[in-house]
Ligand binder design. Sequence first.
Ligand code: SAM
Length: 226
Amino acid sequence: MSLIFESMKKHRGKPIVQITDPEIEKYALEMTTSESEHLRQLVKSSEEELDYVDMLCGNLVGQLLKMLIKISGARRVLEIGTFTGYSALMMAGALPEKGEIITIEMNLLYQELCEKHFAKYDLEQKIQLIKGNAREELPMLSGNFDLIFLDADKIGYPVYYEESLKKLAPGGLLVVDNVLWDGSVLQPQDQKAEALHEFNKRVTEDERVENVLLPVRDGVTVIRKK
Ligand SMILES: C[S@@+](CC[C@H](N)C(=O)[O-])C[C@H]1O[C@@H](n2cnc3c(N)ncnc32)[C@H](O)[C@@H]1O
């Protein structure tokens, strides 16, 4: 069993409700391009330094991000929510020579850990970390992005969504993680599940975009700005 799979047990303080049958999830992971040795090392050191690593998006979502960057030819990428740097490094590996990633993280411990990982593994220096609250930092960013990965606090998704649409180039992609929130969006019982359900409805009804919600891991929505 992989480190990420195993660590899912320490999940949001309660047992995970697996969206996909665990055996299918395991098979899908086995039949997907493996993460690089650097990323395996990052997962290992994150696991050693923290009690939980379930916030990190994992190889299925990571490879999906890579694939989207390569297919779309994205060069300028924004990430909202860095954690220990897994998805930023995964995406950096898919960018062309002059590509860049700006990633925003507000937590001081995670800033320290991801900086350490970027110094070690971002050999082409494609990643720029912004230390701060995305709610304040996003409006200050200049220029357009080809792809944005939204993976910060779930209650804030509507705010980040509107800001992201302003920053996306026409035809640009917004990839949003955890949109199924362990399946709890079906019958929301708490504020986060309710917020995510409302967010999903809002995106689907929004004429400015087209979207597809993929039941991959905890749910990933790919949104294309028209
Ligand atoms: C799910 S984790 C990100 C995981 C990362 N994308 C990966 O796959 O490796 C969410 C991160 O967003 C950060 N975060 C939450 N709200 C934020 C905000 N308003 N501004 C900046 N970072 C925020 C958290 O501290 C946490 O590290």
